[in-house]
Design a protein around this ligand. Structure first.
Ligand code: NAP
Length: 283
């Protein structure tokens, strides 16, 4: 792997760049980003070797497309038009249905692999990039059969070297499931943060009482609105369905408290403790 172009040199793209450089020290990592200060930071931090632009990618062996999902829809056609027949393009966006539909009939569809690495943090930009981010994490691959076989093999070899487990899923199922395990968690964290911030205006002391439970539950509320707004927009129907179910559960919990039915509340929580076994199973 000689020429690697990362479009969007933030948390995910930057972390990929660090791992690829470790695995392939002789490769040249080119960074492309609409934010000049991010490109500068990535260069200073040795995440990229050179700054580049999309017009340069004709010599790419590998292109990682790691920009917000609305921006990906806008530029993926141009990216595919400019690559060579041998280039592998890996998209890492958090929604997959609209993206896969958009590129379905592109003449270079077979050069692209649609993925969603289930790895990340609440931080963004190149300063948030970390070596080994993808180790022991799951990578969801959509419509693998639409990618040329030899390019699939190259991608799977790289994911193996990054330490990732692979799950195959169709884009519709991906967007439905991810709404529950990722998108809803972010909304609930953002709204928990909002609820407490609104209260804090009058009661400063509340933060002295906020222990690690609050901190871990509200962690995702630090996430980037630039990244999350287009995700909620693209996955609107699934997000609305999860919100309906979540709000119904919250209302039910409230009714039980109002009715002093603490027996039922105990059992609600006891049943939900089952999450321990579920999460242990996927550790
Ligand atoms: P990030 O840290 O904000 O990095 C994205 C970078 O792309 C930023 O520097 C951004 O600049 C730049 N950018 C935005 N539009 C661009 C364009 N049209 N052309 C070139 N550069 C552009 O975001 P991230 O967390 O790495 O996320 C990148 C992708 O990975 C997203 O599609 C996201 O859904 C997906 N993903 C994220 C996670 C996660 O946990 N963060 C996990 C899995 C997948 P500005 O900041 O100036 O906009």
């Amino acid at each position: 792997m000689k020429n690697v172009y990362i479009i969007g040199i933030g948390l995910i793209g930057g972390s990929m760049a660090l791992d690829i450089k470790r695995l392939y020290p002789k490769s040249t990592i080119y960074g492309i980003d609409s934010d000049e200060s991010h490109l500068e930071d990535a260069f200073e931090l040795n995440i990229i070797d050179k700054k580049a632009a999309i017009k340069d990618i004709s010599n790419a062996d590998l292109v990682i497309l790691s920009i917000p999902v609305d921006a990906s829809l806008e530029i993926v056609g141009d990216v595919l038009n400019k690559i060579s027949d041998e280039t592998l393009v890996i998209d890492v966006g958090s929604t997959k249905r609209l993206f896969c539909e958009l590129i379905e009939n592109h003449p270079k569809r077979r050069n692209l692999l649609a993925t969603h690495p289930i790895a990340g943090t609440e931080h963004s930009g190149p300063k948030a990039a970390v070596l080994g981010l993808f180790e022991n994490k799951t990578n969801i691959i959509c419509e693998v059969e639409k990618t040329a076989f030899k390019l699939q093999e190259r991608a799977l070899k790289l994911f193996g070297e990054l330490g990732m487990r692979i799950r195959y899923m169709n884009p519709v199922a991906h967007d439905k499931h991810i709404a529950y395990v990722s998108h809803l968690s972010h909304i609930s964290s953002f709204m928990l943060g909002k609820t407490v911030i609104e209260k804090e205006k009058n009661e400063r002391d509340i933060f002295d009482m906020a222990g690690s439970g609050f901190e871990s539950t509200v962690r995702l509320a630090k996430s980037s609105p630039e990244m999350w707004t287009p995700i909620f927009k693209q996955n609107k129907d699934n997000v609305l369905e999860t919100l309906d179910e979540y709000i119904a559960n919250l209302k039910q919990f409230k009714i039980l408290i109002e009715k002093d039915d603490f027996d039922a509340i105990y059992h609600e929580m006891k049943d939900t403790n089952h999450i321990k076994q579920i999460l242990k199973g996927i550790e």
